[in-house]
Ligand binder design. Structure first.
Ligand code: PLP
Length: 387
């Protein structure tokens, strides 16, 4: 009977990761392009803040890279999600379907709108929201009326669903889109982790009516802090720009705002960093894929755990590499985390599922058996492009 041997696991890690880099961080940014010269340009010209050429350039580069019609740069990914939900019409008292296994920002953004996150289970195949389980669940709990779908139990409207592409691995979107169409749900992709990831050949963030990306320091590329709203609707793109920039009405000298809006624009200095980072992105993605291939190979013959590989319909950016322990070894997760961190390998467990956090304890949910099981089995491995 093959069993889990922690020493074999450590040996595999040591084969992949360079010895001289100790401790090895989970994810480090790398700046080996024009970062310094663009930042210096901002400082030299004084264009560091809310206006400047780099914001426009960064947005154009994002459009080119992802293939969306419009990209709107904002202060962070959470702000991007918040505005995405507003743009599709999420209102106070609505419910929004969110995977239970995600970073807290996904549900926080729902709460900022006065709406209630409604937690959905994930599937082992993708680590993301399970469309088939959601379909069956909605059949049971939903009533479709002219104004949308309503939760029969709470009486609240279910307005939108926010799948999240976990660690950069795309959710199975086609069956999810069918569910959205049937139940009149708006699709908002939390693509915070998936810059450089493709579902059936098209970049993530193109499938939802609007989508959010993050450029936080630990993401595939960074602007220090930052995010973007992506959309294929010109109208929503315009509106996104307007309400993330205080809804100022363009005029030569008059200062006029036509609604309560947000100061969420990305400063020029952050955008300059983003431009330099986007120039590097193809190279970074290549390096990350190479690292994941090395992991895949090193863990091939290890029993008791497997390296998580992209679903067959997808091309993933492998933002964070993950090892999945076999069910029967879930009791050894703590030991493995302790051991690897002691040796200087910064490994991490997955997020605590959101339905277990104090502020979401009363949120509605389906049964979340897969998420609760995955929580005990996922371990993230050092994933910097430079490794
Ligand atoms: C990083 C991330 C965000 C947004 O993060 P910010 O730090 O606000 O840029 C949102 N959702 C997920 C799943 C993330 O990983």
């Amino acid at each position: 009977m093959p069993t889990l041997n922690l020493n074999d696991l450590l040996e595999a890690l040591q084969i992949v990761l360079p010895k001289e880099k100790n401790p090895t961080p989970l994810h480090e940014p790398c700046f080996f392009g024009n970062e310094f010269s663009y930042l210096k340009d901002c400082l030299d010209t004084g264009w560091v803040s809310s206006v400047g050429k780099y914001v426009d350039r960064f947005e154009d580069m994002l459009v080119d890279f992802t293939g969306v019609k419009r990209a709107i740069a904002v202060v962070n990914g959470t702000a991007a999600l918040h505005i995405c939900l507003k743009l599709v019409g999420v209102e106070p008292g609505d419910e929004v379907l969110v995977p239970a296994l995600t970073f807290v920002a996904t549900a926080n953004a729902v709460t900022y709108c006065g709406a209630i996150p409604h937690f959905v289970d994930c599937e082992k195949r993708t680590l993301g929201l399970d469309p088939e389980k959601l379909r069956k669940y909605l059949l049971e709990i939903c009533e479709i009326r002219s104004g949308g779908s309503f939760n029969k139990e709470t009486g609240r409207r279910i307005k939108a669903v926010v799948p999240m592409h976990t660690f950069g691995h795309p959710v199975d979107l086609d069956p999810l889109i069918e569910v959205c169409t049937r139940y009149k749900l708006e699709l908002v992709e939390d693509a915070a982790e998936s810059l450089g990831s493709y579902y059936k050949g098209m970049h993530t963030g193109n499938w939802g009516r609007v989508s959010a990306i993050s450029f936080n320091g630990n993401k595939t590329i960074t602007t220090g802090g930052g995010g973007a709203i992506l959309t294929n609707s010109e109208r929503l793109g315009e509106l996104a720009k307007h309400i993330t920039t205080t809804a100022r009405v363009p005029h030569k000298w008059k200062i006029l705002h036509d609604q309560v809006a947000y100061n969420y624009r990305l400063p020029n200095i952050n955008a300059s960093l983003g431009c330099a980072q986007l120039e590097q992105l193809p190279e970074l993605l290549k390096k990350k894929r190479d690292l994941s291939n090395r992991y895949l190979k090193a863990f091939e013959n290890i029993s008791g755990a497997r390296f998580f590989a992209e679903p067959n319909y997808a091309k993933s950016n492998y933002w964070l590499n993950a090892l999945i322990l076999e069910d029967k070894y879930s009791n050894r997760l703590g030991e493995l985390l302790e051991m690897t961190n002691n040796l200087g390998f910064s490994t991490r467990p997955v997020w605590t599922p959101l339905h277990k956090l104090p502020m979401f304890q009363d949120s509605p949910r389906m049964d979340l058996v897969v998420v609760e099981n995955l929580e005990k089995r996922i371990i993230n491995l050092p994933s910097s492009a430079l490794l």
